[in-house]
Design a protein around this ligand. Sequence first.
Ligand SMILES: O=P(O)(O)OC[C@H]1O[C@H](OP(=O)(O)OP(=O)(O)O)[C@H](O)[C@@H]1O
Ligand SMILES: [Mg+2]
Length: 179
Amino acid sequence: MFNDIQEVLYTEEQLQTKIKELGETLSRDYEGRNPLVICVLKGAFIFMADLVKNMTIPLELDFMAVSSYGTATKSSGVVKILKDLDVPVEGRDVLIVEDIIDSGLTLSYLIDVLERRNANSTRVVALFDKPVRRTVGLEADYRGFELPDAFVVGYGLDYAEKYRNLPFIGILKPEVYSN
Ligand SMILES: O=P(O)(O)OC[C@H]1O[C@H](OP(=O)(O)OP(=O)(O)O)[C@H](O)[C@@H]1O
Ligand SMILES: [Mg+2]
């Protein structure tokens, strides 16, 4: 598994330091608002767990599973909801937790769905961002790291469902997916 990584971009320690900072900022910004923190499965599962451990205010969690990449390294353009939320978002201050914003298609779809359900506010925290790949205009309200234009894996992110359990984020060797 480690042999398939071309370059480690951020170590486990660097990720944890940034997530602590994000948790402190979000705790200040959402003080007294009991936010509904939504994990976008599967990619965001590790980030979500580490982030909420660094949030020191009352909050509620829910999970939504969406997928558009499958076994490809480019978005299919079709975002499918595989599991919907358990609770209504009407009137809630919603914080969407994403691992990565790449084309932006997943998030623009999700924000649209949640706003149509009349959330009071909808904001996004994304650990990773690849701004050069964007096909829809959209920015995270809170963001960890900007990434280069390369397919990355680890810390929740997969290629064909593998590598999610790497504790760091790294560039996958192109020969792994090009043959
Ligand atoms: O900005 P985009 O181009 O839409 O890419 C970002 C989305 O793609 C990945 O999900 P994926 O569809 O691979 O599902 P997964 O989280 O189960 O891996 C990732 O976890 C984001 O949710
Ligand atoms: Mg994926």
